[in-house]
Structures are given as C-alpha cells and as structure tokens.
Design a protein around this ligand. Structure first.
Ligand code: FAD
Ligand code: NAI
Length: 475
C-alpha cells in the first residue's frame, strides 16, 4: 500500500526543502523527494544552491578573495607575506566541507521537523484532485501519494548548441567550481551573474580570464550607472570583457578550447583557452518528472505554468523556484515555498516580487532592489536620484575599499523609495536595509532621518538618502 502524505514536495533545493519544513510546521504529514547524490552516492539535499551554486561559489569567492588580499592589499596595511602560495586542493576541499555541512544541516532539519525524506527521482504516475501517485526511483524504490504536491525541481545550466558540457574543457557551473589546476587561460561565455562570479574566482587565483558576452551593454538589466562603475573596477582587476560578440563555433580537444566568434564590429576572431565556462542562463528541470502522466502544463520554454500564487494547471499541484517564471534566486524560491505551504493551509501566503533583492558577489559586490533609472525613465515615472560614493565614507577608507557608491531613486512627489542600487564593499549586507525600507514603503527622508552607526558602511546608505534631497553631509 502506497503511503499517503498531506504534502509531497518534489525537489530538495531551497524552494523544496523550505516548503517541506513550513508544511510540516503547519501540521501536515510531509515528504520531500530529492535525487542529488554526493560523491559517495549518498543523499545531498539542498539542490543546485547547496551543491553547485550559491554555497560553493561563495566559499570559493571568499577563499580566492583572501588569496587576492594576501597577495595585493595586505601590503598596504603593512603586512608583508613572503612565499605566498596557493594550495588549490585544500581550497576545493574546504568548499566541499562547507557544502557537506549544509547538506547535513538540511537532513537534520528534516528529522527535526518530521519530514519524510526520499532519496531518488520522483515522477508522476497518475492522479487527480483526490491525490497524486508518485514513483520514487534510484536509489529509493517507493511509491507515495500526495494529497497536495509541490514541484520544486529547479534548473540546470544551458549548454551552447553543438558544445555539450564535458565538465573538463567545456564546463557548466558544476565543473567551474571544481577545476583541479588553475587554468592559464580561461574563457567564459556570458558576462552574467555566474560568468562574473566564477571569472572573478579564477582570475584571483591566477588565470588570464576573457569573458565573451552577446549583448552590447554590460549588465544591461541593472542600473547602468552602477554597471559602468562595476565594469571599470573589473577591467582594472584584469578581467577582459568583450561585449556584442556572436559565437559561431566552439571546438575542444585535449589541448584546450578554441572559440570562434565575431566581435562587436563583426570581425572574425578566435579565442584559444585551456578551459571554457559556459554561463548563458539556465533551463527548468522537468524531464524525468513525467508531468505528462497528469497533464501538467509547461510553457514553450519548459517552465511549469503557474499563476501569481504558484498554482499550476492542476488542482492541488503547485510549483515554486527556478522551475517557474521569475528570477532564478534561492531566496525567491524559498519565499515561494513558504507562501505555497501557507496557502495549502488556507492562509494568505505572500511574496512581494517588487522587493526581491539581487546580489552579484564579485568585488566590488553589486546589489539592488526595486527599479533602476532606465526602467523609471521608460515608464515615464518622475523620480529624484541621490548617490553617495564610498570614497567619502570613513569605514570604507579604513577597510581600504572605497570603490563604488550607493544610489537611491525616489518618487519625485511622494519621495517613496523606488529602487536602491549599490556597487561597493559588502553591498550584499547593505541592501537589506533598503529591502526593509521598501517593504514598509519608506521615503528616502525616512532613511535620511535614521541614526546609523559611525563609522559604518551603512552611513553611505543614509548619505545617499540625504543626497536625494541634495543635502548629503560628507560629500
Ligand atoms: P534547485 O536548487 O535546482 O533544486 C532542485 C532540486 O530538485 C535538485 O536537487 C534536483 O536534483 C532535484 N530534482 C530535479 N528533478 C527531480 C525529480 N524528478 N525528482 C527528485 N528530485 C529532483 N541564487 C541566489 O539567490 N544567490 C546566489 O548566490 C546564487 N548563486 C548561484 C551560483 C551558481 C553557480 C548557480 C548555478 C546558481 C546560483 N544561484 C544563486 C541560483 C540558485 O541556486 C537557484 O535559484 C536555486 O537553487 C533554485 O532553487 P530551487 O529549489 O528552485 O531548485
Ligand atoms: P545570466 O542570465 O545571469 O547571464 C547569462 C549571460 O549570458 C547574459 O548576459 C546573456 O546575454 C549572455 N549570453 C546568452 N547567450 C549567449 C551567447 N550565445 N553568447 C554570449 N553570451 C550569451 O545567467 P547565468 O550567469 O548563467 O546564471 C543563471 C542564473 O543563476 C542567474 O540569472 C541568476 O538567477 C542565478 N545566479 C544567481 C547568483 C547570485 O544571486 N549571486 C549567482 C549565480 C547565478
């Protein structure tokens, strides 16, 4: 007899595992199915984020930044290091340990919350609004029934046509996080979030990194004043970024990879590298789910079709995270997971898509929330802008990192904050204040009147808010 659960979650990434925990907290009998295997074949819940995404990339970004500081900026602080060297194997092992701690943490949380965990691939067998039968295979072998099902199967890297990933020469994010020896020349296709983060890691460790980007503008989707400041910093660091390219061929052999492309002036070029990271976006994971068995509707690009509240085309089947529309971010997936569990319980789960923060963990970090100047202009919205450079912030000077600025955009009449954009040290942490402010529909004056600790980077946030009213104090 198949075991029946109130809620079955397929996928144990940040969308799925958080949805399962919230469902269990709400008193539902809950199961979570996840197929990710550790190197030894054991369960490794946490999905892309924990295994080959957010967590390992941030571990390597931190390690490589420490190495970069030791080699360069420590001397400015009067710290001399002789014989600095890189133990890449140890650095990668540390990253693997951090990943494992997170996998184990999730298994512990499942136990604590009484979520039944099934290690294997879940696929729909049959079902209707009375319940959906799901087969779990390899390594598990079970059939379970969910009265409610949450699909949280995530996404995978999109390959270039005719250049499949071998994870040695042509790598997705997976291979890019485990390169055994620093390549002399590293190519990256796509100057998006992964390209910039992984390109930064390997440049700091000594690779000569060239990034080829199809679009004519650098980080075209973000505030262009912020993008320009970031581009300046990356170029100074030695990242070679070419915009407006058109890739025509990628050929890999034992020696390396040759990329043929046309540059922005339509001139034929080749780039010869030892290894290539392809980071040109991600595709939803729906193959293997056998959604056809129950008539689950997908859109043309393979995403599960959902309404604003994550309801699919079928009763009692929900979908969250990377497998549905919206930004592919771990915290967006988590918020959707919580909201869906609460909706199943008859509560009013809510996700505010206008206040989802974005962070690119390069150095300088880039973070933003809300609308940028291009968007406000094209919407014809009257706005005021205020910026404050970290150059004029005492804590940034003490840190030795004065790149970048904080930028506020506020409604011209009401002064409501419409967007905050930061490029600079610890932008990832500073953005939280802006998110809170926007959630409470604060005005820039509200932030300008709040006492911020001195000396702190957050004073740059206060000063940028003051600058909206042209009354910054320290600039
Ligand atoms: P996933 O994390 O992809 O999890 C889905 C899980 O479901 C996986 O374990 C998958 O194997 C499993 N699965 C799929 N099909 C089945 C099936 N049929 N049966 C059982 N299991 C199945 N986001 C951030 O917010 N911050 C970051 O810093 C960040 N860094 C990133 C760095 C990299 C290199 C990458 C690639 C991504 C990064 N992201 C980051 C994005 C983030 O990882 C995703 O948005 C997030 O993981 C999506 O969560 P999810 O639960 O929807 O899917
Ligand atoms: P992305 O969408 O951020 O960037 C892809 C880039 O590749 C774009 O600039 C695009 O114009 C370019 N591109 C597409 N096709 C191309 C081609 N044929 N030739 C050259 N360039 C091409 O996607 P990415 O970097 O793969 O990351 C996927 C997603 O993962 C991100 O959008 C983000 O949602 C998530 N992520 C989030 C992180 C974070 O929050 N810090 C870190 C890493 C990933």
């Amino acid at each position: 007899m198949a075991q029946t659960f109130d809620v079955v979650v397929i996928g144990g990434g940040p969308g799925g595992y958080i949805a399962a925990i919230r469902a269990a907290q709400l008193g539902f009998t809950t199961a979570c199915i996840d197929d990710w295997k550790s190197k030894s074949g054991g369960p490794a819940p946490g999905g892309t984020c924990t295994n080959v995404g957010c967590i390992p990339s941030k571990a390597l970004l931190q390690s490589s930044e420490n190495f970069d500081h030791a080699g360069h900026s420590f001397a400015d602080h009067g710290i001399k290091i002789n014989g600095l060297s890189l133990d890449l194997e140890k650095m990668l092992q540390r990253k693997d340990t951090v990943v494992k701690q997170n996998n184990d943490g999730i298994l512990y949380l499942f136990k604590k919350n009484k979520v039944a965990f099934f290690h294997g691939r879940g696929s729909f067998v049959a079902g209707n609004d009375a319940g959906y039968e799901i087969a779990v295979s390899e390594p598990a072998n079970a059939t379970i029934i969910g009265k409610n099902v949450i699909v949280a199967t995530g996404s995978s890297a999109r390959p270039l046509p005719a250049a499949p990933f071998d994870e040695q020469r042509i790598m997705s994010n997976d291979g890019a996080l485990s390169i055994a020896a620093v390549p002399k020349r590293l190519g990256v296709i796509g100057a998006g979030v992964i390209g910039l983060e992984m390109g930064s890691v390997w440049r700091r460790l000594g690779a000569d990194v060239t990034i080829l980007e199809a679009l004519p503008e650098f980080l075209g989707a973000i505030d262009q004043q912020i993008a320009k400041e970031a581009a300046k910093a990356f170029t100074k660091q030695g990242l070679k970024i070419q915009l407006g390219v058109k890739i025509s061929a990628v050929k890999a052999d034992k020696k390396g990879v040759v990329v043929s492309y046309a540059n922005a002036n339509a001139e034929a070029q080749t780039l010869a590298v030892d290894a290539l990271i392809v980071s040109i976006g991600r595709l939803p994971n729906t193959s293997g789910l056998n959604g056809e068995a129950i008539g689950l509707k997908l859109d043309q690009r393979g995403f599960v079709v959902v309404d604003d509240e994550c309801r699919t085309s079928l009763p009692n089947v929900w979908a969250v995270g990377d497998v549905v529309r919206g930004p592919m971010l771990a915290h967006k997936a988590e918020e959707e997971g919580v909201a869906v569990a609460e909706r199943i319980a008859g509560q009013h789960g809510h996700v505010n898509f206008n206040t989802i923060p974005w962070v690119i963990y390069t150095s300088p970090e880039i973070a933003w929330v809300g609308q940028n100047e291009q968007q406000l202009k094209s919407a014809g919205r009257a706005y005021k802008a205020g910026t404050f450079p970290f150059m004029a912030n005492g804590r940034a000077r003490a840190l030795g990192d004065t790149t970048g600025m904080v930028k506020f955009l506020a409604d011209a009449k009401t002064d409501e904050i419409l967007g905050v954009h930061i490029v600079g040290p610890l932008a990832s942490e500073l953005i939280a204040e802006a998110v809170v402010a926007m959630e409470f529909r604060a005005s820039s004056e509200d932030i300008a009147r709040i006492c911020h600790a001195h000396p702190s980077l957050s004073e740059a946030t206060k000063e940028a808010a003051l600058a909206v009213d042209k009354r910054a104090l320290n600039f």
